[in-house]
Design a protein around this ligand. Sequence first.
Ligand code: ADP
Ligand code: MG
Length: 326
Amino acid sequence: MGEFDLIARFFRRPARNAVLGVGDDCALLQPRAGWQIAVSCDMLVEGRHFLEGVDPFTLGHKALAVNLSDLAACGATPVAFTLALALPRADAGWLEPFSRGLLALADAHQCELIGGDTTQGPLNICITVIGEVPVLQGRSQALLRSGARAGDDIYASGTLGDARLALEALRGHITLPADELAAARRRMDMPAPRVALGIALRGIATAAVDLSDGLLGDLGHILQASQVGACIDTAAVAGMLAHGRHLASSALNASTRLVCVLSGGDDYELVFTAPPQARVSVQAAARTSATPVTRIGVVQPESGLRLVDAQGAEVANVFRSFDHFA
Ligand code: ADP
Ligand code: MG
């Protein structure tokens, strides 16, 4: 199977929303009047973002999911994506499930594959995703990192820490019953980008970010961009771990749980801020997008990120988020 057979067989499909899709030197998209284009790019490298031998179906899903998550964080509606693929060999047994996982998620979000590049090399997947956000009365409705204000509530969507929980179990640091491990592992392998929530939060959230590297680090990006600080309720956050809760404290003690929810990466949930007057609107957005959200803290005028327990007592911040070059 040559390069062009491979593209035709696994990645070329008739264009739906695009004016022109895969097959020419460029794809063509027709921008909608009154909308801005949102663009984001994410690379997945074998051995760094995923383990060698990972299920190609879930890898195809995840490669697009992490990109859609960036659109979600901006409140953008997905439109299309490109796929740059380096493959050690043209293996149909791998490409078939990979493209199936990728295109199933693409179809679920009506996000069309419009082009890419294919080359031989160490397995590497680079996706550029294109979305759109409305402009209302001259103002972009995109959610940015820079809009948080002192006094805003801080929220997180869904559940936190389960991907990290699975990783800790796979590394042998903790033990989980088989069904719990399978469920946590699913969170790691098949993240569900919070696209509907991001769209529902347009005009409500003051700032947003998606969680790829861990809550504390990613929230830190909002705080830095907005030049504010925050106080996080560790009890509220600890309750957001979905799996491993019923385990004996010896197997999964409180500190392991906090490490998972505060510094575990790969959750692809949204963290966002909104003023207290918007609480009803935030809950309405959660309902319309069928995505639970939990209030986990408050934005403060003085810089720095403080952690407190349920009684308001300071918790030492010994947690760190993932940094590729740290
Ligand atoms: P060029 O040489 O002009 O860069 P290519 O020969 O690399 O074009 O690709 C031919 C066509 O196939 C282009 O439309 C390109 O966007 C598309 N394409 C290449 N690789 C992929 C891929 N992995 N997924 C989707 N489309 C692809
Ligand atoms: Mg090319």
